[in-house]
Design a protein around this ligand. Structure first.
Ligand SMILES: [Zn+2]
Length: 561
């Protein structure tokens, strides 16, 4: 097996939970390719196995039937006739006559049976009418019941729909909306199931526990490694492979973490759920803690992903290429397989998390997913949308490959952004040039922040981004409260930022100012896991045992920063 084949097979294994779009595209791929893969692949998916089975089996069945009835064969059976003797011909004629007589007899019997059935039916109907009105009424009302099935089914499906929508709201901890939804429909509210559901939600509500905003952990990731052998190949990527090993998490590690988080009772919340700008008594907007109520045993968690740009340098290194809006209207990834074909599916955090929440709705508080952070210099989401790629712009960078398609790409990126927001993702700045805001001067930071605001916030988002996840975790202040005397903070605040996240190795670090919120984040990457495993650190043990997550395909030791 060649290395490519081997990797190809790993992708198949990875494909077990992949999206329909991926399955379809992969299936097409398989059809075009040799069928050697299809057995293993279809074995993982019933529907597709059937679909895949029908095609070849049907084709071969048709072929063999045609062959069986081919004029050739019929013709050859008649040719024997001329060599038969007269006696044999007579015997054959007798046999034919006997067969014809048998057929005639069968036909006569069938006709007789039909006549008998007709008589019985007619007599029965006649008796029914003579018998009097009761049976007649019964027959008519039976007919009426049948007639009303249609509207009843509609009512039933409406009721089912309302109850299942309410159930989803309640699963995601919005009991009030669930109850309100049932109440909004008199019929459902008065039904046994409606009453039962409302009582159940009220009961759960009475046992909810308020989350301590100051103790919410925030974990973060970078683009997930799909092809580990590729990304961690030092001969191929040099020092960059060390970088991937340090700061990236793999798809399989991430999936293991999700399972662990979920089974430990973690529930994803948004930064805007933790606190939000609300008017106080005097009408001044102040950062007000949110009231997150969860059943006892559940714990709020914030998740984010940095650098969701699919940088140029990452091309071909075993990561997704870009995010698109899938056929089902949901965000999904395009990934280039080792053989060069583009496939679509769950190849990064967003679609993997979406699938997980679809299967475990109670992992998300009111639909919250993760916070996604973008730089600007290489565009976002895998589209080279920045002005430095625009050959018509004064800002065009001649060292970059001009994007002749830039307007169309910007439009696509806008659509993906809106799709991500609809799916429950928050959006954040990660600076334009991945700059260290602690180290660079105020003027430098201002230029960089303005560039991000222009090229990403205003060009591709709705211009209302209020979250910044500092690159390198490099904050614009120390642990003391921010004040507007801090020029960098003041400038970012004026640009609209209210949520500021650095990187902190402690379990949680939250600071609520009068007009901002700050939170520390924890990197769950190769470096952090290796630090726990080999250096005896104990920084992730509240989340998982790093040795149970850490991929055995990672070269060790994971180099330090
Ligand atoms: Zn970064």
């Amino acid at each position: 097996m060649s290395a490519d084949d081997k990797r190809r097979r790993q992708f198949q294994a990875l494909g077990k939970n992949r999206s329909k779009a991926y399955r379809n595209s992969y299936r097409n791929d398989l059809y075009e390719d040799s069928s050697g893969y299809s057995g293993a692949y279809y074995g993982t998916d019933n529907d597709h196995r059937q679909a895949g089975y029908r095609k070849p089996a049907g084709a071969s069945y048709q072929r063999s039937t045609k062959k069986g009835r081919s004029p050739h064969r019929r013709y050859s059976s008649y040719t024997g006739r001329s060599s038969q003797s007269a006696a044999a011909r007579r015997r054959a004629a007798r046999r034919r006559r006997r067969n014809i007589n048998i057929i005639k007899l069968i036909l006569a019997l069938v006709a007789l049976l039909l006549i008998l059935a007709g008589i019985i039916f007619g007599v029965k109907k006649l008796i029914g009418i003579i018998k009097g009105p009761e049976d007649y009424i019964a027959t008519v009302s039976e007919a009426r019941i049948e007639d009303t099935t249609e509207p009843e089914t509609t009512a039933q499906s409406k009721k089912d729909r309302i109850l299942s929508e309410a159930n989803l709201l309640a699963l995601q901890y919005d009991y009030d909306s669930a109850i309100e939804l049932i109440r909004s429909d008199e019929e459902v509210a008065g039904s046994a199931e409606g009453i039962d559901a409302m009582a159940r939600y009220e009961e759960i509500k009475s046992g909810l526990v308020e989350q301590d905003i100051s103790k919410i952990t925030h974990v973060f990731f970078h683009s997930l490694v799909v092809d580990e052998e590729n990304a961690f190949n030092k001969e191929k990527w040099g020092r960059q492979a060390d970088g991937y090993n340090q700061v990236m998490t793999t798809v399989t590690e991430f999936e293991k973490m999700l399972d662990k988080f979920y089974s430990d009772g973690f529930v994803l919340v948004g930064l805007h759920d933790m606190a939000s700008m609300q008017p106080d008594e005097d009408g001044n907007m102040v950062m007000t803690p949110g009231k997150i109520m969860l059943p006892s045993g559940k714990k709020a968690m914030v998740m984010s992903q940095d650098d969701l740009c699919y940088y140029e340098y990452m091309e071909g290194a075993g990561f997704a290429d870009r995010i698109i809006v899938g056929d089902d209207g949901k965000p999904t990834c395009v990934y280039t397989a080792p053989d060069g074909s583009e496939i679509t599916g769950d190849y990064d955090l967003v679609p993997i998390l979406d699938r997980f929440v679809e299967e475990h709705p109670d992992f998300s508080y009111r639909g919250a997913k993760a916070c996604l952070a973008f730089t600007g210099y290489n565009g976002i989401l895998g589209y080279r949308t920045d002005e430095t790629y625009d050959p018509d712009s004064d800002m065009y960078d001649s060292e970059k490959k001009a994007n002749e398609n830039i307007e169309a790409d910007r439009e696509t990126a806008r659509q993906v952004i809106s799709c991500l927001k609809d799916a429950g993702y928050e959006l954040a700045s990660h600076s334009w040039g991945h700059k260290n805001y602690t180290d660079i001067s105020y003027d430098h930071m201002k230029r960089d922040a303005d560039r991000w605001d222009k090229n990403v916030n205003k060009e591709l988002m709705d211009g209302e981004c209020d979250i910044i996840l500092f690159p390198f975790g490099a904050d614009v202040g120390d642990w003391h409260m921010y004040t507007h005397d801090n020029a960098k903070f003041d400038y970012l605040w004026d640009l609209g930022f209210r949520y500021f996240c650095n990187v902190d190795s402690s379990q949680y670090w939250v600071q609520l100012g009068k007009d901002y919120m700050r939170q520390g984040r924890r990197n769950l990457d190769g470096y952090a896991m290796w630090n726990d495993i080999a250096n005896g650190k104990n920084r992730l043990s509240d989340l998982f045992d790093a040795s149970e997550i850490f991929s055995d395909k990672r070269p060790t030791p994971v180099p330090g920063y």
